[in-house]
Design a protein around this ligand. Structure first.
Ligand code: ADP
Ligand code: MN
Ligand code: MN
Ligand code: MN
Length: 342
């Protein structure tokens, strides 16, 4: 038998966007545990905006397991929050996205690293040099010294955890970065993204830095943070076609407000129609068009209107479970042509 540290993490009841919570359970196992070995656990929901004090117990149901490289003999246990009777809690948005193995997602998570209430590298008074050299930049004068240390350490933690990172880059504003995560199925990419957020927030503690997900932290000529959401269905990847795309885009256009509602708070500050965005109340799509709501990647039309689509509207703070559930809902309103024929 040996002891393992199991960090059960979950999403709390904060509105409109939940925050991460976590606590450790020590358990003995005679071999390395897998998800099915992990027991349900509980917590005091009255301290997380998820229950009244008189009926405070909420249940943690493990749904994904990640090796935790920051601790010895440790795992992160991503959980759904349930009622004691086994039904999903109203704050459990993962349970609202039906599992569909044919749906693939890629999230581009942009964020700032913050220290003393401002982005890393911003002087105490005033501003650093204007945007331009920071995007994918290199050198102390642009990047400072702590940011890349954190970013690299985070990348290693994520890879060790088995998170499907696809890449990282420094972003347009000073102190702003991005990582990309891809996953097959309704849940995998969103699970990985929440766990990657947890790893980053925890890692930053020792550097006295904050992981800033707010979408427009600095006013003026400084980029906001988005979370472009790339998605594809089996039909889009294998069949596609102009007619299907047009029907799908019409369905998105008919649901602008419903999408924006779950695409992150204060998104009007970011989706202005400037800085490679479409205005928040408009919908458009286009090939390689970074000013559109949805961008078709450069080869999409050449490949017979097949491939994935990039919804550029979700912001950095959005809950990926809610994005996935909403996209799935809209996609499911459109008949795939083979189904119409049948
Ligand atoms: P850009 O910054 O030009 O938009 P990135 O490389 O940052 O491009 O992001 C592209 C995203 O598209 C990645 O997150 C990747 O996982 C995702 N992606 C690629 N192919 C697919 C696909 N078939 N289905 C869903 N997402 C995909
Ligand atoms: Mn990107
Ligand atoms: Mn980006
Ligand atoms: Mn993008």
């Amino acid at each position: 038998m040996s002891k393992y540290k199991l960090e059960y993490i979950w999403l709390d009841g904060k509105k409109p966007i939940p925050e991460l919570r976590g606590k450790t359970q020590i358990k003995d196992f005679d071999k390395t545990p897998v998800l099915a070995d992990l027991p349900l656990w509980g917590f005091d929901g009255s301290s997380t905006m998820q229950a009244e004090g008189s009926k405070s117990d909420c249940i943690l149901k493990p749904v994904a397991l990640y090796p935790d490289g920051a601790r010895k003999a440790a795992f992160i246990v991503l959980c759904e929050v349930m009622h004691p009777d086994g039904t999903p809690h109203s704050t459990n948005m993962r349970a609202t996205a039906p599992d569909d193995p044919d749906l693939w997602f890629g999230f581009e998570q942009e964020y700032f690293l913050y220290k003393d209430g401002r982005p890393l590298g911003f002087p105490e008074e005033g501003y650093p040099g204007p945007q331009g050299p920071y995007y994918c930049g290199v050198g102390y004068k642009y990047m400072g010294s702590i940011a890349r240390t954190i970013v690299e350490e985070h990348l290693d933690l994520c890879l060790h955890a088995g998170i499907n990172h696809e890449g990282i880059n420094a972003e347009v504003a000073k102190g702003q970065w991005e990582f990309q995560i891809f996953g097959k199925g309704s849940h995998k990419a969103a699970d990985d993204l929440w766990t990657a957020r947890y790893l980053m927030a925890r890692l930053c503690e020792k550097y006295e830095v904050d992981f800033q997900l707010y979408c427009k932290p600095i006013k003026g000529d400084w980029n906001g943070s988005g979370m472009h959401t790339n998605f594809s269905t089996r039909h889009l990847r294998e069949v596609g076609g102009k007619e299907y795309l047009e029907a799908l885009m019409k369905a998105f256009e008919n649901n602008i407000a419903a999408h924006i509602e779950v695409y992150g708070p204060d998104n009007h500050l970011r989706l202005t129609g400037l800085h490679e965005t479409q205005a928040i109340d408009k919908f458009s799509y286009g090939l390689s068009d970074r000013g559109a709501s949805i961008r078709l990647p450069v080869n999409f039309i050449k490949n017979g209107y097949r491939g994935y689509l990039e919804d550029r509207r979700p912001n950095s703070e959005a809950d990926p479970y809610q994005i996935v559930a909403r996209i799935l809902k809209t996609v499911n309103t459109v008949n795939e042509p083979s189904m119409v024929a049948a």
